[in-house]
Design a protein. Structure first.
Ligand code: SF4
Length: 265
């Protein structure tokens, strides 16, 4: 029976898998089950558009020309999105831009990993986490309570120097959708929110660690199963089409577990 590796670092997507369906966590992270994708071509194209935009944004903040190759699907839209990104967040010489930046937190109770689309270090000590979404943003309340927001801010706040600011109040997280570039969701942080995040995420980590693989049970929520990759395995039925951002983040959240810069708070 597979067991949790002692040095496992948990991403927000791994925690979300466990929170939604422990059996899905087991299939994906302990058993390593990979099923062939039977995604509809139009969904696959949208996913590729999301991935292409993330690569272009990476190039933009790495100081490279974000050129959209002619002939790729959604080329005109991608070019417009890149222009919107340039208007929204143009690199300034006094700031440090860390695109696609990964941090691992080797804390005993919070073994977490985060991959930021962009982390910006400002000279006055403030830090901004940017996350690019390629579908319309959900309401701010939902973003604020999401595991992604909790894990991303928590990892940064506990990372220590040179990444963490002096106080959690100096962290903000910005979700941005290039299709609606003037309406970013900007979330502030505080010591109270940090304590809440540590409690919520810490409890989830504890539950995960205390659950033997054999006891990682299937959810009884059909709305979760309908869009699950493993629906063919559990129910012998194809999964229903997923929202593009869920699909994109699943692809983009593939960690290289061994290469994360670790910090010890
Ligand atoms: S199909 Fe449902 S029960 Fe099976 S792994 Fe997916 S979410 Fe869990």
């Amino acid at each position: 029976m597979p067991a949790l590796p002692a040095d496992l670092l948990l991403s927000q997507s791994a925690l979300a898998d466990f929170a939604e369906c422990p059996l899905r966590f087991r299939y994906r992270y302990l058993d390593g089950v990979r099923l062939p994708e039977a995604t509809a071509p139009e969904v696959r194209t949208r996913v590729e558009r999301g991935r292409a935009f993330h690569l272009l944004a990476h190039r933009h903040f790495a100081g490279l020309e974000p050129v959209v190759p002619p002939g790729v699907p959604h080329a005109a839209e991608l070019a417009e999105w890149v222009r919107a990104l340039h208007r929204f967040c143009s690199p300034r010489p006094d700031r440090t831009y860390l695109p696609e930046f990964e941090l691992g937190l080797r804390a005993p109770d919070l073994p977490l990993a985060a991959r930021y689309d962009l982390l910006v270090l400002e000279p006055d000590g403030r830090r901004t986490i940017y996350d690019w979404k390629t579908s319309p943003l959900p309401p701010s309340g939902r973003l604020a309570a999401s595991l992604q927001t909790r894990v991303y801010r928590l990892v940064l706040a506990l990372a220590g120097p040179p990444y963490a600011p002096a106080a959690p109040e100096d962290i903000r997280m910005v979700y941005w959708y290039p299709g609606d570039p003037d309406q970013p969701a900007v979330l502030s942080y505080s010591a109270e929110l940090l304590a809440e995040d540590a409690a919520v995420v810490g409890e989830l980590v504890r539950r995960l660690r205390d659950t033997p693989a054999a006891a990682m049970a299937a959810t009884d929520d059909d709305s979760v199963c309908r869009h699950c990759t493993y629906r063919p395995l559990c129910f012998g039925a194809a999964r229903e089409e997923v929202a593009e951002e869920e699909e994109a983040s699943e692809i983009l959240a593939t960690f290289s577990w061994d290469d994360l810069p670790e910090v010890n708070p």
